[in-house]
Design a protein around this ligand. Structure first.
Ligand code: 6CS
Length: 349
């Protein structure tokens, strides 16, 4: 094991011993004491979901359940949280598909640009009802010891850059930070960019040091992580909704008594419903906050014609998904495309 990696493991283990000792002492009154790890900081979308989940689970169990929330920074990067969840060191976590692709290749369906339409009503209905996602993709989670409990939209991913991007050619030589799933590299290569995968916590300084020329995240994250301080443009291209998965350790979930499992499912459904209506509000609020804090920030929405040029380039990434997205990729892609078309017809969009 490399020295740097060994030090990371030792530091993380010490932090865990400290946190879990504290957690055990606090939890003595509750029958079920659970840890919920976030990939985002306090005040974020994931934090809002976790607070609602905690409130409903604790209230419905009359105090038998206690949920402790660990915001980003306490338990490591997204990939480190994946390992903690997989070995049962935490019971619940958010797992961004953008980071989970090396564990569950099929989850990279959420990294295929322009697969979902711009109509948010369609996206929400598909995310709530999709058999391709909850059944087929859900089984892929189970094969890796995870239980997929819910899928939530966190907002459109906005290109936050130091160069104006209006057409694919503008991405020539552009170093774009992406999350660590391999398909995201393909997504930006398709536009001609130089994708640079790195953890969330490293983006700000990478922008400041000009190691990257831009990053991509929803407004709420751009505001709370202060990415706008070190960029000039926010560009909305509707290429991808940030979609996140709420997950538990599968053995842990399967071994819960039925009444407790029911509470988990109900708390998850309540938190999901809450986020479905809160998402737009938080993002709009944060967008306003950014533009107020930095009036020189340029906000631009691509026209339908400009968007079409990116859409065309993105089509090859569907084939790439089938190639690197694991054995279920073809089935998930084909079923999801049909489900989206069906919902579009139902809604009349
Ligand atoms: O860009 C990222 O890596 C992160 N962005 C958000 C909004 N949530 C978690 C994820 O790790």
């Amino acid at each position: 094991m490399k020295r740097r990696h060994l030090m990371t493991v030792i530091c993380l283990s010490l932090a865990l011993v400290f946190l879990f000792g504290f957690h055990a002492a606090k939890a003595s009154a509750a029958k079920y004491s659970w840890r919920f790890a976030l990939e985002e900081i306090e005040g974020s979308m994931q934090d809002a979901f976790a607070k609602k989940f905690k409130e409903v689970a604790e209230q419905k169990s009359n105090g038998d359940i206690q949920v402790d929330i660990y915001p980003y920074g306490q338990l490591g990067t997204s990939s480190q949280i994946t390992e903690l969840l997989q070995n049962g060191a935490v019971e619940f976590a958010f797992q961004s598909p953008g980071h989970l692709g090396s564990y569950i290749p099929e989850v990279q369906i959420f990294s295929v640009h322009y697969l979902f339409p711009s109509n948010e009503e369609v996206i929400k209905k598909v995310l709530k009802e999709s058999a391709a996602l909850y059944d087929t993709l859900g089984h892929c989670y189970e094969a890796k010891d995870f239980r997929l409990l819910s899928i939530i939209p966190e907002g459109w991913q906005i290109w936050t850059t130091n160069k104006e991007i209006r057409k694919p050619d503008d991405f020539e030589g552009f170093k774009m930070r992406v999350m660590t799933s391999p398909l995201l590299v393909e997504a930006y290569k398709a536009y001609g960019a130089s994708p640079t995968p790195m953890p969330y916590s490293e983006i700000y300084s990478a922008l400041q040091l000009k190691m990257i020329d831009g990053q991509v995240n929803p407004y709420f994250a751009i505001e709370e992580m202060k990415f706008y301080e070190v960029t000039k443009y926010m560009i909305k291209a509707d290429q991808l909704m940030f979609i996140c998965t709420f997950v538990s350790n599968n053995e842990f979930y399967k071994n819960l008594p039925d009444d407790i499992k029911k509470i988990v499912d109900e708390a998850s459904a309540a938190a999901t419903d809450f986020i479905f209506s809160y998402q737009d509000k938080l993002n709009e609020e944060r967008k306003g906050k950014i533009l107020k804090a930095k009036p020189s920030m340029v906000h631009y929405e691509l026209t339908p014609e400009e968007r079409a040029a990116f859409q065309e380039k993105a089509m090859v990434v569907r084939d790439k998904y089938v190639e690197i997205g694991g054995p279920q990729a073809r089935e998930i892609l084909d079923s999801l495309v049909k489900e989206i078309e069906k919902v579009q017809k139902e809604i009349g969009s």
